[in-house]
Write a protein that binds this ligand. Structure first.
Ligand code: ARG
Length: 590
């Protein structure tokens, strides 16, 4: 059996059974098992149960203790205080469970695959065509990528959708400009150069905007061009495709920098739902979900009111007949539910779009596209702030270019790596590669380690710090273990359940055992920050372990050396797996 139940879950089950045995009429009662400082675990649930049954809690605690099966799990159990149970597990049970995790033939560290897993369509990393990506797009990409990895690891089928902004009125202006300035999109140098692609797009965008704002005739021609685009005029579509292709070159260059795989097949932008818009509106109107109001097709909500107290509708079709963001999102829901067979729709989108999604989801529920079997969730994220606590901008007040930010992170990280490089014996190539992994990791980790919905400060000094809750700290923890394993020579990691464990070994071991439970919580609540917190605690336990327990000391008996190697090796694998699920690399030598 590959999947290994945690000690906590086994203990929880034994306690629940003992409670039922001691009190057959209590029904199913929760022993409320928690990690504790006094022992390994404390069970607090007996108190409430005794109160409910008007019994004596200490007496009941004694009965529960007596009803526990004899076995090798528990080393010591005592009734304390008004009726708590303090439970210490046997060292042997800890090491044996960890050994089973280490021996998992599938290399999953004993983490189960969720048997009830379904299909999630995740909407993330959705920049806009012909526009620069900003830090908000970074957050969606980083959090989304981590969620894809975590969900897939727990057994979910995941369909990725990059809902890029590739449709809308601004394309009329861009295409018209291109028609009147042929060749404006061709840029010099390498055709695959993302930065060159973006600067060309920027130039075209600015020039066409200026013309649009100053020249009424151009404006009119641009509007006609939108109509031609929506009508599917081949020449117009071809030019539009040019903008999309050029933008994709740029997107891919940024995602590559982020060390993130974005597949073309998963890029289904707003334009991808164009053919569905009319039908979506027709269904909404026929079912009465949407109504005509001042010429527009609208959906109203009792609890969405403007400052004047009037209802603010979701507009699915504008007065001029145009479709907007909402019509596209509603059509995408139909596609994702009906064609892609999703039972969960997950949207990794800025919290500032929460009202939009609340209205879109409610509309979809009224239309029956969402129901008890198909849920939609927005994994909303907060704003990236500068050191001054205001939304992150350059000194000139412009949005920060993502590439600049990543380049700077990598540069800073490379300096940090270089400082230790000689001691570790890194080659120049390794310094460059590690600098990249540390720099990109720092940016990702900073984003992932606070609860997504909170704003966070983008502070590179803090992000590449070796101390504290940073990815570099975790990467060093991993590399240090790898170094010990290389130094171990003939000694190989091997579990020795017969050995008594030191307190720091127990603490490390019990934490390692929680990996699967943490992952399942992270996956079901869409909370990657809890995985980051778990990994940080793991590295902290490791630090304490090093302080208190020597691994390769000549004073250690061979089996102690092997057992400690076993513990740190499992720690390394857990760190590596956990970081990989966050999309962060762990170099072997640092
Ligand atoms: N492109 C949008 C933006 O830059 C994000 C798209 C979010 N996803 C969606 N299905 N609406 O803000």
């Amino acid at each position: 059996m590959a999947s290994v139940p945690s000690l906590a879950s086994t203990l929880q089950q034994q306690l629940a059974d003992a409670l039922t045995a001691a009190l057959p009429d209590a029904g199913t009662a929760d022993p409320l098992l928690r990690r504790s400082d006094r022992a390994d675990f404390q069970a607090n649930g007996i108190l409430a149960l005794a109160k409910k049954l008007k019994g004596n809690p200490r007496e009941l605690a004694g009965q529960v203790t007596a009803a526990l099966p004899a076995g090798e799990l528990i080393q010591d159990i005592e009734v304390s205080g008004p009726g708590f149970l303090n439970i210490t597990l046997a060292d042997k049970a800890i090491v044996e469970t960890l050994a089973a995790r280490a021996a998992d033939p599938e290399g999953r560290l004993g983490v189960p695959v969720d048997a009830a897993a379904g299909t999630t369509v995740i909407d993330y990393a959705q920049p806009n065509v012909a526009k620069e990506m900003h830090v908000g797009h970074l957050r969606s990409a980083v959090i989304g990528d981590a969620m894809v990895r975590i969900l897939e690891f727990t057994g979910e089928s995941v369909v990725r959708r990059h809902h890029i902004g590739d449709w809308g009125t601004q394309f009329g202006m861009l295409i018209q400009y291109l028609i009147e300035h042929p060749g404006a999109l061709t840029h010099e140098g390498d055709a695959a150069d993302g930065e060159a692609a973006m600067s060309t797009l920027n130039r075209v965008y600015k020039a066409s905007r200026a013309l649009f704002d100053s020249d009424e005739d151009f404006k009119a021609r641009s509007r006609d061009r939108v109509v031609a685009l929506q009508a599917g005029d081949p020449e117009t579509l071809e030019l539009w495709q040019g903008f999309v292709d050029e933008s994709k070159i740029y997107f891919h260059s940024v995602f590559d920098k982020l060390d993130m795989e974005i597949r073309d097949a998963d890029i289904v932008g707003e334009s991808g739902y164009n053919d569905m818009l009319e039908e979506t509106c027709r269904i909404l109107e026929e079912t009465g979900v949407a109504v005509r109001s001042e010429g527009a097709l609208c959906v109203f909500f009792d609890d969405v009111l403007g400052p004047d107290g009037n209802k603010v509708p979701l507009i699915v079709k504008k007065t001029n007949g145009g479709y907007g963001y909402a019509a596209t999102d509603l059509s995408a829901i139909r596609n994702r539910v009906q064609e892609l067979k999703a039972d969960t729709l997950l949207y990794v989108v800025d919290a500032r779009q929460s009202l939009h999604f609340r209205m879109v989801f409610e509309t979809a529920r009224r239309a029956g596209w969402l129901n008890e079997d198909v849920q939609a969730v927005q994994l909303a994220f907060g704003t990236v702030l500068g050191k001054d606590g205001k939304p992150f901008k350059t000194r000139e007040g412009e949005t920060v270019r993502l590439e600049d930010l990543l380049d700077e992170a990598v540069e800073r990280a490379t300096a940090v790596v270089r400082e230790k490089a000689e001691k570790v014996g890194l080659s120049e190539d390794e310094i460059v590669e590690n600098g990249r992994y540390v720099g990109v990791g720092a940016v990702k980790y900073a984003d992932l380690s606070t609860s997504a919905v909170r704003d966070y400060k983008f502070d590179l000094d803090q992000m590449v710090s070796l101390h504290g809750d940073t990815s570099v700290y975790l990467q060093y923890a991993y590399a240090r273990i790898r170094s010990i394993l290389r130094k171990a020579g003939d000694a190989v990691p091997a579990a020795h359940p017969e050995l008594a464990l030191a307190p720091a070994e127990r603490a490390l071991g019990l934490h390692l055992d929680q990996f699967g439970e943490v992952l399942s919580e992270v996956a079901s609540g869409y909370e990657p920050h809890k995985l980051a917190a778990y990994l940080y605690q793991l590295a902290s336990h490791l630090t304490t372990f090093y302080d208190q327990c020597q691994v390769l000391s000549p004073d250690n008996a061979p089996e102690v050396v092997e057992n400690r190697l076993f513990l740190v090796e499992l720690t390394a694998r857990t760190l590596h797996q956990g970081m990989a699920l966050l999309g962060i690399r762990t170099p072997e030598r640092l």
